[in-house]
Ligand binder design. Structure first.
Ligand code: UD1
Length: 419
């Protein structure tokens, strides 16, 4: 079985840039379907999830190919409206293709999506909104048979009971070419939503308020393809910062949107890291021994602390002095990395949605298994701070979100390689 081997305990140091955002790329790849022509997406990360997204587009009749860091998608030939169960199972984001297929074809056959097992992850908000926009949905044996009543979906006023990222994206993709006006109230405000809206507007959509709680969309007849640069990945940026911090190192992280990390940098600072901002770069200098942050870390929708970073920050908190408390409010099953961190000698107690970490100076090397995407990344961060050899298995998860994570840390001097 493929594994990453880390001989930890080495102080990381150097400069690096951050890959394009996975969570911004996926809905934008889906959105290219609405343009019926050739789109060029720069800084699109080459990952398992973006490859799966390309396979979905190919299945639907689109052409995709990579040229260096750019993904080129021609959606003119789209002729199919069904996504196979196997592809739907590979990632949760497959569901955001539904709104776009319905907009383009008027009908869609998809399955309930798969993805990381971090909670129940229902799609009721997606389905309820599409129904309000004039879609009939028949559920049978895990399959969703969806059909637009009439020629086109129509705009609607939608109130999301929770600011779901995926539901906001799905509604956007359905609404930009729907008849009339759509308003999404209590929309997700994550930066990736704003990036999607910027792409859509560049294609000729009329979306106002992307990145705020109320998004207004005026449907247009068609979108035209465009060339677009995907935003940097804020979770990967923070993973690199946590990895360096855990080893007492220093790094200059280039091409980041610093404001997207406003809930993360204060935590690192509170732990004792020195942080300086230079335009789109962050300089972080850690110390031999950091301390636990004074406040509990509570995951919240943006601009709160991201749930995707909870496992990674937890890995760092294992090697700082004092007690760190994590409260996971977004997903009910997002502590699956805890038993693996414990194999490395971490002291963590979990009660429901709360985890209490007693930091210690040293972890010990062991064989550990990735449990989900960010859980896998947390094991790598912990391994970097571990004196001794750690072997990390089940890389299929971490490869969903990081472009060769071992190369990114090895550039900073880590002794890390894939076997
Ligand atoms: C996206 C991100 C994921 C991140 C999450 C929360 C992508 C590809 N994934 O996932 O990395 O962890 O946002 O920031 O962008 N919910 C419902 N009904 C629904 C939809 C969601 O109850 O129809 C609930 C979920 O169970 C969960 C919460 O809403 O408790 C947040 O989910 P959501 O924001 O939709 O996350 P994703 O879009 O799946």
């Amino acid at each position: 079985m493929e594994k990453i081997v880390v001989n930890g305990g080495k102080r990381l140091q150097g400069e690096c840039s951050v890959q394009g955002s996975k969570n911004a790329s996926l809905p934008i790849i889906g959105a290219t379907m609405l343009t019926s022509g050739e789109n060029v997406l720069h800084m699109c990360p080459k990952l398992r999830d973006t490859t799966t997204a390309c396979e979905i587009l190919q299945l639907l009749g689109c052409k995709t190919n990579w040229q260096d860091d750019a993904l080129i998608i021609n959606s003119r030939g789209l002729c199919n409206n069904e996504i196979s169960k196997n592809l739907m199972n590979q990632m949760r984001s497959s569901i955001i293709f539904l709104g776009a297929i319905l907009a383009r074809c008027g009908e869609a056959k998809v399955y309930f999506p798969g993805g990381c097992d971090i909670g129940s992850r229902p799609i009721d908000l997606h389905i309820d909104a599409l129904k309000k926009m004039g879609v009939s949905v028949n559920e049978c044996g895990g399959q969703l048979d969806c059909k637009v009543d009439g020629d086109r979906m129509h705009g609607a006023e939608i109130f999301l009971s929770f600011p779901s990222v995926g539901a906001t994206e799905n509604i956007l993709l359905a609404a930009v070419t729907a008849e009339g006006k759509t308003i999404i109230n209590n929309a997700a405000v994550e930066p990736e939503i704003k990036d999607l809206c910027n792409y859509l507007n560049k294609c000729g959509a009329k979306v106002v308020g992307g990145g705020t709680q109320v998004i207004r969309i005026e449907g247009v007849d068609r979108l035209t393809p465009c060339e677009y640069t995907i935003m940097p990945d804020r979770i990967v940026a923070a993973t690199l910062l946590c990895g360096v911090a855990a080893t007492g190192g220093e790094v200059l992280l280039k091409s980041v949107n610093v404001s997207n990390l406003s809930s993360v940098l204060p935590v690192l600072s509170d732990m004792g890291c020195r942080i300086r901002i230079f335009g789109k770069s962050i300089f972080l200098k850690s110390k031999d021994f950091l301390v636990a942050p004074k406040q509990p870390i509570r995951t919240m929708p943006y601009p709160g602390f991201p749930t995707d970073l909870q496992p990674i920050m937890m890995a760092l908190s294992c090697v700082v002095g004092g007690t760190t408390i994590f409260v996971e409010t977004i997903f009910e099953n997002r502590f699956r990395h805890v038993p693996e961190l414990k194999r490395l000698g971490a002291s963590i107690r979990v009660e429901g949605r709360v985890a209490v970490v007693e930091g210690c100076r040293e972890l010990r090397g062991a064989c550990v298994y990735g449990t989900d995407l960010r859980g896998g990344a947390s094991l790598i961060v912990a391994a970097l701070a571990t004196a001794g050899r750690t072997e990390i298995f089940k890389l299929c998860y971490v490869d969903r979100g990081y472009e060769k994570i071992e190369d990114q840390f090895s550039k900073l001097g880590a002794y890390i390689f894939r076997l």
